[in-house]
Ligand binder design. Structure first.
Ligand SMILES: O=C(O)CCC(=O)C(=O)O
Length: 285
């Protein structure tokens, strides 16, 4: 916000875009410490265990319970589940969690839709995800994609917290992704030839219940979980402006969305129900 050390008067603050009030415009991310209280976190964690054990409906690729009769040993096999909100009404409800949506509205505008959720368990030994920008796999037309990363556990360097390159969203450039063979990361392609040095990367070590909001052009990654016994559970949700089409997953405008704030200008087109929950391939045998 403005020049460091300079205090702005109320009138000046009113004139600023809301996103600049949070330094979101300059850095491409914003952290809200302790935004989700313990009782809500506990409900999400209990529900996460039920989803991972198949108690909430079909999740493609879940470990075979015959091989893993203990619930805890199932959890130890799972890096992440895509679209948990498709099997869990609790996770569907959480997409619209008011304290999160209040902040999202500041960054995106009055009309906000969600198209994706990801539940990470990431127990020790699981890989991270190499440098990337979310607007490549999820291309909005108006660059409004915003990730919301909710820490269900304290996220540390050891257990594989997110890392960001502050300001890397600003040029509005999409860096090409290529396959890699770095064993620290899963097989998701890596942004290559980025004009930033590793020393510019910042680890986002946040306590459980804290929430990171980040711009879809921001370069980010996570390292592998090298802790002895700390899973790094987190819930990631992706949102964008409802005014923008979403050319994703082979269609001109992806309509398997959940409106979380305001009006949907394309409501007349109806919604579809096509995403299904599945386990991400961790590459760990
Ligand atoms: O949390 C992680 O390990 C990676 C998440 C991520 O990069 C994303 O959701 O875009």
């Amino acid at each position: 916000m403005g020049v460091p050390g300079v205090r702005l008067c109320d009138e000046e603050l009113k004139l600023m875009k809301p996103s600049d009030k949070f330094d979101y415009g300059a850095n491409g991310y914003h952290i809200s410490p302790g935004l989700v209280p313990d009782e809500v976190l506990e409900q999400l964690i209990v529900e996460a265990e039920a989803i991972c054990c198949g108690h909430r409906g079909p999740v493609n690729g879940l470990p075979d319970r015959a091989n893993y009769p203990q619930e805890s040993s199932v959890l130890n096999r799972i890096l992440a589940i895509h679209f948990p909100h498709k099997v869990s009404p609790k996770y569907t409800d959480f997409l619209s969690y008011p304290p999160v949506v209040e902040i999202l509205e500041q960054f995106i505008g009055p009309n906000v839709k969600c198209m994706q959720s990801l539940l990470f368990i990431k127990p020790p030994g699981m890989p991270g995800q190499a440098w990337h920008q979310d607007e490549i796999p999820i291309p909005t037309r108006d660059r409004s994609l915003t990730g919301v990363w909710v820490a269900l556990d304290d996220a540390t360097i050891d257990n594989g917290c997110l890392w960001v390159i502050p300001g890397s969203h600003k040029p509005g450039i999409l860096y090409e992704r290529h396959p890699h063979d770095d064993p620290r990361f899963d097989k998701t392609p890596q942004a290559r030839d980025i004009p930033y040095d590793e020393s510019e990367a910042v680890p986002v070590e946040i306590t459980r219940g804290s929430v990171l909001f980040f711009n879809g052009y921001l370069l980010h990654r996570s390292l592998n979980n090298v802790s002895a016994d700390q899973s790094r559970r987190s819930l990631v949700m992706h949102y964008m402006s409802a005014e923008s089409y979403l050319p994703w997953r082979g269609v001109e405008d992806y309509r398997d969305i959940v409106m979380v704030r305001g009006q949907d200008p394309y409501e007349h087109r109806g919604l579809v129900d096509e995403s299904r929950a599945f386990v991400r391939d961790s590459g760990v045998a």
